[in-house]
Design a protein around this ligand. Structure first.
Ligand code: ZN
Length: 211
């Protein structure tokens, strides 16, 4: 049994090193990407879309050239356990989703997916065994065609310097960067002076403690 171009065991190894642990959703995600890849025409340049930020983006990044960083993987957060691989210019492609109607024969997968048991009552080994045995059987496929606005290449456009923070940002965001317009995630920001760059031996080195 293979997942993409890897053996099942090789894929588990990659999941552990990339994701940090053997997440059941990422193993199922591997089968999802594998199924979509098998349906795509050979040699097609495809992009990917995940409908949840949970687990599936990592399966795409492990098994395809599509990553968040290169812009070939997008996430639309509908909270649906589904992904699509599609031809990047025209947007026709294959969507694979976790099919609830196919979970009856797999009680451990069903109880994990619908959180019917607490984590401590879930038997991880039985769950992983069922996921491996089920493979593609818990998944369904659709042909899809994406709306053109989802096919647009991301573009930074013109760059401006924010008059408040002094950093470069996309000019289309307005007269200040979005962070300075109030969307910053940081409660506190303290400028640190790097010791190695500080030949004058200034005392202006502060430490932040995170508690
Ligand atoms: Zn700013």
């Amino acid at each position: 049994m293979n997942i993409g171009s890897y053996s099942y065991e090789e894929y588990l190894h990659l999941v552990k090193s990339f994701h940090g642990n053997l997440a059941p959703g990422l193993i199922i995600g591997g089968f999802m990407v594998d199924l979509a890849l098998k349906e795509l025409p050979e040699g097609e340049l495809f992009d990917a879309m995940c409908e949840t930020p949970v687990c599936l983006p990592d399966a795409v990044q492990i098994l395809t050239p599509c990553t968040i960083g290169n812009g070939w993987l997008k996430i639309v957060n509908f909270g649906r356990f589904a992904l699509a691989l599609y031809e990047k210019n025209e947007g026709q492609g294959i969507r694979v989703y976790m099919d609830s109607a196919r979970l009856e024969p797999w009680p451990e997968i069903k109880s994990w997916f619908f959180k019917l048991k607490s984590k401590k009552d879930q038997d991880l080994q039985i769950l992983l065994d069922q996921i491996k045995e089920a493979g593609h059987d818990i998944l369904s496929l659709q042909e899809v065609h994406l709306h053109p606005q989802f096919l647009k290449k991301r573009s930074m456009g013109q760059t401006a310097i924010c008059t408040q923070c002094g950093e470069a940002y996309p000019a289309k965001d307005g007269s200040l960067c979005l962070a300075c317009q109030g969307e910053t995630p940081y409660k506190a920001v303290i400028r640190l002076t790097k010791e190695s760059n500080n030949r004058t031996g200034s005392q202006d080195i502060r430490k932040i403690s995170f508690s």
